[in-house]
Design a binder for this molecule. Structure first.
Ligand SMILES: Cc1ncc(COP(=O)(O)O)c(C=O)c1O
Length: 386
């Protein structure tokens, strides 16, 4: 590999590869990593960019369907317009954002860790707490990226399937946790993709029943659901909650999220967490997004209004459909892969979950504004009428 020595920064960024990079380096990955099934990240971005003629409805990753609060862009532009110091590392541990979150959440700074998206929080929890062969209990089907983080540490995943994937199974969960005594338990609340929501009381029962298990409650969608387990942090030291700015706050591209737990847990996470890893634009964007609560309320209202359009639409067309407390819904089709492909031709990008255990035929759609949802339903009709 040779690098150009041109003083032009753009030119010097070009690497000339003199021989093809070979995937097989001869160096095997770590034993734990060899066993890991890579997360199947299916991105629609390429397809969307290849169709500039279409107005896309990107409904596949449960991102916000609109740009974030204008205050986010203003704050970032103001930073970039001033003596922006992109040459400096960001504020360590995002303490500036922590101060805002303290007030917003009613927690103290030592209960918070800011991370690169909540994925990074989940990854850090796995690095901090898992030894090879530790058992991790995962009510399923659920968000599968977490499994990669746990498997990379050599953990054994025990997926727990209740009789109905769309209903909570707290008794079974508590019994199983007491029997298996897992090191970690990963509960997405409300769950992605099924929308199952455990009540605060049910989560408290679980925490009390397995004090030796660190229970992760993933609240990526809690703003939409309008409920949270945060107040349980005051009582249960075995609880850690993760949250994100990627969904309701609309800044998935900036990659920022956080973990909340007892100070002892946060201290442990900080042993391995790189305090300079959350970039400065993400910190600034998150603070601005947090500040604009009226914009957040507007977007949550739009998603709620969208939900009201769905029931009559799918009932009339005789399609099984599940609403969730989050910003997505599911529809069951006989020919899910065909429908997904046809929707894509109409510029609608959704997530086919029909290959997941217990979810045969189910396709997940993110929800956006009422106007976008009316447009979506028109496009679905065009597909169904073929
Ligand atoms: C349940 C759940 N947790 C975490 C994430 C990742 O979010 P982030 O962008 O904060 O890493 C997602 C993203 O889809 C999710 O659905």
């Amino acid at each position: 590999m040779a690098k150009s020595s041109s003083p032009n920064p753009a030119a010097s960024a070009v690497l000339t590869v003199t021989r093809p990079l070979r995937p097989e380096s001869g160096i095997a990955p770590a034993r734990m990593v060899r066993e890991v099934k890579p997360y199947q990240a299916v991105s629609s971005l390429e397809a969307i960019l290849s169709r500039p003629d279409q107005v896309p409805l990107k409904l596949d990753w449960n991102e916000s369907t609109v740009p974030p609060s204008p205050k986010v862009l203003e704050a970032i532009q103001a930073f970039l317009g001033n003596a922006h110091h992109l040459n400096w590392y960001p504020v360590l541990n995002s303490t500036n954002l922590i101060e805002r979150l303290e007030k917003h959440l009613g927690l103290s700074g030592d209960q918070l860790l800011i991370t690169n998206g909540s994925d990074d929080a989940l990854d850090t929890i796995c690095t901090t707490y898992l030894d090879p062969d530790d058992v991790v209990l995962v009510p399923s089907p659920t968000y599968t990226h977490f499994l990669v983080f746990a498997q990379t540490r050599g953990a054994q995943i025990q997926a727990l399937h209740g009789p109905d994937p769309f209903a909570s199974c707290i008794d079974l969960l508590v019994q199983t946790a007491q029997r298996v005594r897992p090191r970690l338990l990963y509960l997405v609340n409300p769950n992605n993709p099924t929308g199952v929501l455990y009540t605060r009381e049910e989560v408290a029962t679980l925490l009390a029943a397995c004090p030796e298990t660190l229970v992760i409650v993933d609240e990526a969608y809690s703003e939409f659901a309008g409920c949270s387990c945060i107040d349980l942090l005051h009582t249960y030291p075995n609880l850690v909650i993760t949250r994100t700015f990627s969904k309701a706050y609309g800044i998935a591209g900036l990659r920022i999220g956080y973990a909340m737990a007892a100070p002892g847990v946060i201290m442990d996470l900080r042993r391995v967490f790189n305090p300079k890893s959350v970039n400065v634009l993400a910190q600034i964007g998150a603070m601005a997004a947090l500040e604009d609560q009226s914009y957040l309320r507007w977007y949550l209202g739009e998603v709620e209004a969208s939900k009201r359009l769905l029931q009559p639409f799918f009932a009339t067309r005789g399609l099984p459909f599940k609403l969730t407390p989050a910003n997505y819904f599911l529809v069951q089709f006989d020919q899910a892969p065909w429908v997904v492909k046809r929707l894509q031709e109409e510029g609608v990008y959704v997530r086919d979950r029909s290959g997941m255990n217990q979810l045969a035929g189910w396709v997940r759609f993110s929800l956006g504004t009422e106007e976008q949802t009316r447009d979506l339903l028109d496009r679905i009709d065009r597909v169904l009428e073929v």
